[in-house]
Design a protein around this ligand. Structure first.
Ligand code: KG4
Ligand code: ZN
Length: 339
């Protein structure tokens, strides 16, 4: 078992070609090349464009990460790579690169779950003990509440969205408001100038279990815009954002109090949202819950999170993945490391 493993992580599940390097729980490098501008005019990520962009960017992103971390490939103890879920062609570029490195360097390879990696980025804050936590995972493709006992081995899903993911709702509403893709950051920015109390949008499944539903909210915003041609876009953005934030935090805080778990990790692209972050700070303080949100740059897709979960796996003595492991477009969050 290696105590402070030096690990390189590769992430290519969507439109970011990302490589991170960690030593133990210390982040040494986090390099990201995004093809987002090539997708913007289509209003969403085009898989084929993303795959080609990964192929082109991969060598230079790896090289730059090694340079920043001031290490050579030979120094590595292990390699980690996102094996799913994500766009299959995009994932295959990353897993092929990782297999190549692993074989050429004779280093162990970990195929990891993109969703669990989002939560494992929390480990990069070395000041914290890795205690059990409730995870609120909110990204473009997933929204779930997860009981995390151990970041590399023990996840229990308490609830998930029954329709759209939170990030997907942001992206769809941004399109209705004629904002740029991706919609999350655009709504976040516009909402600053708006009144979050201006319009009372529905809170889907607010009083039921830990599942989410955002499709009713999407319909309500769409109807409001149709019936109110002179609507102030900033008010619509702020009120929509408030409805999402309210539902996410009501359930996440309730999951903490009902399970008796005193820490909440909020991760995934939507965790970069400024209203979600400030409201989470307020509500967690009120409920005496320790709030753990990664720095904004580590909320959206990155390689540091892949390196982080792989490093935890090495330290915990988890066996590497079998060579040629499957790359999967869908995968449940409770399978953090591929066998
Ligand atoms: O985790 P992520 O980078 O990729 C996936 O795994 O899906 O999440 C991307 C999602 C997008 O839907 C994007 O609109 C949303 O995260 N997002 C945000 C913000 N930044 C990114 N949503 C709300 N506010 C933000 N500031
Ligand atoms: Zn993600």
């Amino acid at each position: 078992m290696i105590d402070q493993p030096l690990v390189l992580g590769i992430e290519t599940s969507c439109d970011e070609t990302a490589v991170g390097i960690v030593r133990g729980r210390t982040l040494l490098a986090n390099v990201i090349s995004s093809s987002v501008e090539e997708h913007a005019r289509f209003g969403g990520v085009v898989p084929e464009i993303a795959s080609r962009a990964h192929l082109e960017a991969m060598p230079s992103v790896i090289e730059e990460a090694l340079k920043i971390a001031q290490i050579s490939l030979r120094d590595l103890d292990a390699i980690g790579v996102t094996a799913g879920p994500g766009l299959i062609g995009a994932l295959l570029v990353g897993t092929s690169a990782a297999h190549g490195l692993s074989l050429a360097l004779d280093k162990p390879l970990f195929g990891v779950n993109h969703l669990s990696s989002h939560l494992a980025v929390d480990a990069l804050d070395e000041s914290r003990a890795l205690t059990p936590a409730i995870g609120l995972l909110v990204s473009g493709g997933h929204s779930s509440i997860i009981q995390v006992t151990n970041l590399v081995s023990e996840f229990h899903v308490l609830g998930a969205t029954i329709d759209d993911a939170a990030g997907e709702a942001f992206d769809k509403i941004a399109r209705l408001l004629e904002l740029d893709f991706p919609g999350g950051p655009a709504i976040d920015e516009l909402a600053v100038a708006g009144d979050f109390d201006a319009i009372e949008f529905p809170r889907g499944l607010a009083n039921s279990d830990y599942n989410f539903s955002f499709s009713g909210l999407k319909t309500a915003v769409s109807r409001y815009l149709q019936s109110t041609p002179n609507a102030l876009k900033a008010d619509v953005a702020a009120s929509f954002q408030e409805a999402v934030v309210d539902v996410l935090l009501t359930k996440a805080v309730r999951a903490c109090t009902e399970t008796g778990i005193e820490a909440l990790i909020i991760a995934g692209g939507v965790a970069a949202n400024s209203r979600l972050r400030s409201e989470a700070t307020r509500r967690c303080a009120e409920a005496k819950i320790e709030l753990r949100t990664p720095p904004r740059a580590l909320c959206t897709d990155n390689g540091a999170m892949v390196a982080a979960i792989s490093s935890l796996a090495v330290s915990a003595g988890v066996a590497p993945s079998r060579p040629g492991f499957a790359t999967l477009s869908t995968a449940p969050v409770d399978r953090p490391i591929w066998g």
